[in-house]
Design a protein around this ligand. Structure first.
Ligand code: S3P
Length: 443
């Protein structure tokens, strides 16, 4: 599907969410280096997870996938190699596809496991920065023949602990350094200016790793790691049931908030505070959104998001997103920017330059896309401003192969004016392959 037309009717009903790709990728990587067998339930059939699976298998991980459920998700059994040295006749060649999380976290995993490898990536990922993760690894004693794809990572068995302050909060870089620190002698210290998603920390703790975290008075976040707590220094496998992806849920939540008369419940969503800041922003704008906590899975709170919209379009207050909140809603910014056009006043998103280095330059994509729809968005330094006024024109978009932009312009078409998003089905496979199916349950 690539043509999206205004639904002109409410969304109603209950859906469960496709599992979260961030948690899935981490669970797979940690299972691969754990001591013994791990079962992961609900592994999503997304492109990002396929990239992680492919790379781990090339590294020698034994991963069995069970029969797929109706949504394509599958159980996985991973036989961890627990620090065993795997003898390769040739250095493994790992292709990370276009998955930034796979590539960046894998560098840390390889460094911590003392494994050298060639790494390559698709055209889109090859344009994105890798020095943010390679520079601190260099400081730990890892070697690289290039700071861009393709490159060879030369591991060392004399890995130094890391002491690194991230200039920009990044869960991928933080996670890579935590994985590398597992193989270092001594205490590693990692600081980020604001807390980014903390799934790696939660999984590592559950697997027996001693991790101390402190939120500093200035809001920055510090982690201290001395590696696995067991005497033989291995990670303890845990059974994981993966919760649903809040970033994907955001598209349905915004659509429901923009379609009068809607009443939807999105179930089985990970409610980690570092992931649902978008929901709190929508609530602050006046959206009738309830967060209902139900259970704990994989160290994560899980529950539902219920979103209702009155029969006549509510008067939403403008969004005001401060810099410290940005890491917790980084992936939801494009769809929040679209929502902002329906607010009664100018919305501001502070310090969002990081959007420039995602799968596409999302900052430019938002400004250009909204302008094509007849809306007004502009930059003041690194702050994004959106004027009130919903789309007045239909448009065809080039989503630059970026799943979150493609989904944002689909929501624009479903809620405001017709849109065309060429290549939509292929592009959204990376994170939300069943968007159309989930929407069908509600529309
Ligand atoms: C991710 C972290 C974020 C996010 C990306 C997934 C992760 O990237 O944008 O979609 O799984 O750790 P950064 O770490 O570059 O901020």
């Amino acid at each position: 599907m690539e043509d999206f037309h205004p639904l002109n009717r409410p969304l109603r009903g209950v859906v469960t969410m496709t599992a979260d790709k961030s948690i899935a990728q981490r669970a797979l990587m940690l299972a691969a280096i754990a001591e013994g067998e791990t079962r992961i339930d609900n592994l999503p059939a997304t492109g990002a997870v396929a990239s992680t699976l492919h790379a781990l298998r090339t590294m020698g991980a034994r991963i069995d996938l069970g029969d797929p459920a109706a949504d394509g998700s599958r159980p996985a059994c991973i036989d961890g190699w627990a620090g065993m040295s795997i003898d390769f006749e040739e250095m493994p060649r790992l292709h990370c596809g276009d998955s930034g999380a796979t590539a960046r976290m894998l560098c840390g995993l390889l460094a911590g496991a003392g494994m050298s490898a060639h790494l390559d990536a698709g055209e889109q990922l090859s344009r994105r920065p890798m020095d943010r993760v390679l520079a601190p690894l260099l400081g730990m004693g890892v070697g690289f023949d290039s700071m861009r794809f393709p490159f060879t990572l030369y591991a060392t068995n004399q890995l130094n602990p890391v002491f690194w302050e991230l200039p920009v909060a990044s869960a991928q870089v933080k996670s890579a350094l935590l994985l590398a620190a597992l193989g270092a002698q001594g205490e590693s210290v990692i600081r980020e200016p604001a807390l980014s998603r903390d799934h790696t920390e939660r999984l590592l703790r559950a697997m027996g790793v001693d991790l101390e975290s402190t939120v500093m008075p200035d809001g920055s976040y510090e982690l201290r790691s001395t590696g696995p707590a067991t005497p033989d220094a291995s990670l303890l496998p845990q059974p994981w049931v993966l919760p649903g992806d809040p970033s994907s849920a955001a598209f349905l939540a915004v659509a429901a908030a923009l379609l009068p008369g809607s009443d939807i419940s999105i179930d089985g969503v990970a409610l980690n505070p570092t992931r649902i800041a978008f929901a709190h922003e929508l609530i602050a704008a006046g959206v009738d959104l309830q967060i209902e906590y139900e259970t704990e899975v994989a160290g994560e709170s899980v529950g539902s998001l219920r979103v209702r919209c009155a029969n006549s379009m509510p008067q939403y207050a403008p969004l005001r997103v401060e810099a410290a909140q940005v890491p917790s809603l980084i992936d939801e910014l494009p769809v929040l920017a679209l929502f902002a056009t329906a607010c009664q006043g100018e919305s501001v998103f502070r310090s969002v330059a990081e959007l420039r280095v995602k799968e596409s330059d999302r900052l430019q994509g938002i400004i250009d896309g909204l302008s094509t729809l007849g809306c007004h968005a502009w930059l003041d330094g690194d702050d994004l401003h959106i004027a009130p006024g919903t789309p007045t024109r239909s448009a065809t978009f080039d989503p630059h192969d970026d799943h979150r932009m493609a989904l944002t312009w689909a929501v624009a078409g479903l809620c405001f004016q017709p849109t065309k998003v060429p290549g939509f089905d292929g592009i959204v496979k990376i994170s939300f392959p069943d968007f159309i199916d989930r929407l069908g349950h509600l529309a």
